[in-house]
Design a protein around this ligand. Structure first.
Ligand code: MGP
Length: 217
């Protein structure tokens, strides 16, 4: 995916130097007309604010949808970084049509790669990890396994923040392992630090504070 700004002048230079070359497709067709860079999927950003007087579902709000690189950055630059959110708040970025909840048809057989951050990592890593997670999603960074991605969630919590990538079927081992390995590399997580994948079924029915890992990388 092209995440850089459109570079119209560079394309103009190419044309000037080789007049017989076929026209180079350019996102800038004239000084007035501007074509945005489309993403492969349309995405929806959700915000969860922990209001104890409301149900979990009522606290979940859709912020906005986007399907171009430019609209992603406009939204990203407009909203607070996760480290500035209050405790109990979440952001969720999901493919359009998938609600960021276990119950959605496209999540219910799935699970998540979960990164649990220490309290210190709120200042050092949280915002950087979340931005990289968003770029992995909108850039479809996991090859064919990107098809399995449903979305990502960041939870801001006093006990330690969490970032997770949700996938659609916890039996799709190959896709899940590809996503986990490539995600870890993108975040430059040391190989000796393990991250785990848990099914939503196990997470939603857990009785204690931990859920067993189905996979780990
Ligand atoms: P949480 O916000 O994912 O994690 O779930 P938190 O706050 O760190 O809590 P912990 O239990 O992981 O330590 C908190 C609670 O929110 C869950 O126990 C559910 O009651 C509710 N909840 C979270 N999710 C993701 C869902 C969901 O998808 N559907 C429904 N119905 N409730 C959810």
């Amino acid at each position: 995916m092209a995440t850089s700004e459109p570079r119209g002048t560079e394309n103009e230079e190419v044309r000037a130097e080789s007049p017989t070359a076929p026209p180079v497709p350019s996102p800038v067709t004239s000084s007035e007309q501007y074509i945005k860079h489309p993403l492969q999927n349309r995405w929806a950003l959700w915000y969860f604010k922990n209001d104890k007087s409301k149900s979990w579902t009522e606290n979940l709000r859709l912020i906005s949808k986007f399907d171009t690189v430019e609209d992603f950055w406009a939204l990203y630059n407009h909203i607070q970084q996760p480290s500035k959110l209050g405790f109990g708040c979440d952001y969720c970025l999901f493919k359009d049509g998938i609600k960021p909840m276990w119950e959605d048809d496209r999540n219910k057989l799935g699970g998540r790669w979960l990164m649990t951050l220490s309290k210190q990592q709120r200042h050092n890593d949280l915002d950087r990890y979340w931005m990289e997670t968003l770029l992995c999603l909108i850039g479809e960074s996991f090859d064919e396994a990107s098809e399995d991605v449903c979305g990502a969630v960041v939870n801001v919590r006093p006990k330690g923040d969490k970032i997770a990538i949700w996938t659609g079927n916890c039996q799709n081992r190959d896709a899940i392992m590809t996503i986990g390995q490539q995600y870890k590399e993108r975040l430059s997580i040391p190989s000796k630090t393990l991250i785990g994948y848990q099914s939503h079924d196990d997470t939603s029915s857990k009785s204690g504070s931990t859920t067993k890992n189905m996979y780990s990388v």
